[in-house]
Design a protein around this ligand. Structure first.
Ligand SMILES: O=C(O)c1cccc(C(=O)CC[C@H]2O[C@@H](n3cnc4c(=O)[nH]cnc43)[C@H](O)[C@@H]2O)c1
Length: 205
């Protein structure tokens, strides 16, 4: 049986994930903390302790309005660092163009397909930012820059970077709690998204 490591940012996400995992499946669920730096460090610590066959970053996320609805599930085809580069004020220059490496990590098609068969699951690029996008203008800019992006989180690229360093495949699985754009925290459907997150964990094995 394969061993799977699931990293969540906060405890409420960890509890939802644990509640949804089938009995007998070899899964370890650990806290990544909020943001890509802590997520990378904590994922690397776990991967140094034990061998795993797959790493999943799971949690809630902001969704792009034209692509998903609240409580939907998104699964990454690509995990994209959306703020790794240079911002001239007029344009964003990614690290690839600056000659400093890569800002995206690809996911395995067969791992994505396992989830894609379920209802309300949308696949696409999931972007990672250290700062939650808080204006509609920035949300539009991001959707233009990454036209296949479905959602935004804060840990994916950190978890994926650690997984890549250890040569382990990685996936991001998130439930949509809010739309990306103008910050309206009172409209976030966190409890409902956590229920969706719990339900989709049935696929993990
Ligand atoms: O307040 C709560 O009860 C609660 C329960 C579970 C999770 C939270 C969080 O605040 C999790 C933060 C986590 O969520 C991701 N996230 C959610 N929406 C966005 C977004 O629009 N843009 C970026 N990230 C988002 C992110 O990965 C955070 O780490 C609270």
């Amino acid at each position: 049986m394969r061993k799977i490591l699931i990293m969540t940012a906060v405890d409420a996400e960890r509890e939802a994930v644990k509640a949804g995992i089938h009995e007998g499946v070899d899964v370890t669920v650990e806290l990544a903390g909020v943001g890509p730096a802590q997520a990378a460090a904590r994922t690397a610590i776990q991967l140094a302790k034990q061998n795993y066959d797959l790493v999943i970053n799971a949690g809630i996320a902001g969704g792009f309005r034209e692509k998903v609805q609240l409580e939907d599930i998104v699964v990454s085809t690509t995990i994209q660092a959306a703020d790794l580069g240079a911002d001239t004020g007029e344009q964003f220059i990614p690290v690839e163009e600056l000659g400093f490496g890569s800002s995206s990590i690809e996911c395995l098609e067969n791992e994505v397909d396992r989830f894609a068969e379920l209802e309300n699951v949308f696949t696409g690029r999931i972007i990672t930012k250290s700062t939650v996008t808080g204006t509609d203008e920035e949300a539009k800019r991001l959707q233009v820059r990454y036209d296949d992006a479905v959602a935004e989180g804060m840990e994916g690229f950190g978890v994926a970077t650690a997984a890549k360093e250890f040569g382990v495949p990685v996936l991001e699985v998130r439930a949509i709690s809010n739309y990306i754009g103008k910050r309206e925290r009172e409209k976030w459907k966190i409890k409902e998204a956590l229920v969706s997150l719990k339900q989709v964990m049935e696929v993990v094995r």
